[in-house]
Write a protein that binds this ligand. Sequence first.
Ligand SMILES: Cc1cc2nc3c(=O)[nH]c(=O)nc-3n(C[C@H](O)[C@H](O)[C@H](O)COP(=O)(O)OP(=O)(O)OC[C@H]3O[C@@H](n4cnc5c(N)ncnc54)[C@H](O)[C@@H]3O)c2cc1C
Length: 350
Amino acid sequence: MQVDFLIIGQGLAGSLLAKELLRRGRTVRVVDDGWKSAASQVAAGLMTPLTGRRFSLTKDYPTLFLCARDHFTPLGVFHPTDVYRLFVDAEQRTRGLKRAECSSCSPFIARITESKGELDPELTDGFGGTLMHGAWVDLPKLLADVRRELQASGCLIEATFEPSEATSAAAGLSWRHNLYGAIVYCDGYKSALRGPFTYLPWQPAKGEVLTLSSDAPQKPYVLNREGWALPMGDGRWRTGTNWQWDQLDETPSRAQQDKLLARFRGYFTSLVQVDVMDHSAGVRPCTADNRPFLGTHPSELHTHIFNGLGPRGTVWAPSLTTQMADYLIEGKALPEELSINRHPPAASGA
Ligand SMILES: Cc1cc2nc3c(=O)[nH]c(=O)nc-3n(C[C@H](O)[C@H](O)[C@H](O)COP(=O)(O)OP(=O)(O)OC[C@H]3O[C@@H](n4cnc5c(N)ncnc54)[C@H](O)[C@@H]3O)c2cc1C
């Protein structure tokens, strides 16, 4: 019997797409290598409206946020939380004040502080900051829950998929003696390294995250300056992260640990004790134009991709899942800015 879709990878993208295709009555198998390289297991899952040094609103954020909230809430993994962005300098404070006046940003801004200690005397917010409405998504729980569902329905294959093992068959592809209507690559940054989609302009970026036990005063919001610190209750924190474009692997480094610890301590006016409970690294599937990669391989008609979520997986994935399922099942066209057709192989030098 032919299965409609073989999904490669059970990270955030593969999990949501598998659920959606099953919901729409399609047969699905998901092959995953035990989250060996899952960025989704490392990510904090933060949804922060205004980001970057320029403190700008992610494109289409209001719509994406509502879609993500509605998608993740019934799954029990959506946690609304405020994010306090501590400004690094006066220029950033000026920018923050401007953003508060902008109609698309202001609904996400709870409060602007202009001087140290206005919000909380225990913080080193020398230039003030912005308290924003955000959220975090419990990605490890989401992945574990979906894995259990897939296992229970016999839809999970625990294995490492090797692209060269998939061969063309009459109406689809054959892999390990089974027939599939189509394959969808949801394998994160691994698609940049091997397989049919290496020709796309990827820009994977490694990042590291610590889980800490600390006597630092717990806060009712995420702290955000350069990186972030997410209070988890009971003296536990998650803190990260950095951007690294070489040594793309899952190996954490001592040097980064020291930097992350110094940054974490730097949020507080008093000296805080920390114990590192966990230190992990992952690679974000980033793309050169900061847009996702959705669509079909130009010469392999049964080979698709749903990837390139970069640093915004939680914000983008729910909305993109619907668009990808509409494309796969109903043949609805993908917008140019999402479709891999914007990068034809010849133009990309492949
Ligand atoms: C340090 C860090 C911090 C981040 N913080 C945030 C954040 O705060 N907010 C946010 O929205 N995003 C964040 N991200 C980005 C987010 O993690 C990604 O956008 C998202 O998780 C990507 O999901 P994915 O399913 O595409 O890839 P992945 O999560 O990488 O999943 C791919 C899956 O495929 C499997 N796989 C790969 N190759 C094979 C193979 N050959 N055979 C079988 N299985 C295979 C992998 O093991 C993995 O399970 C962060 C990322 C990192 C690394």
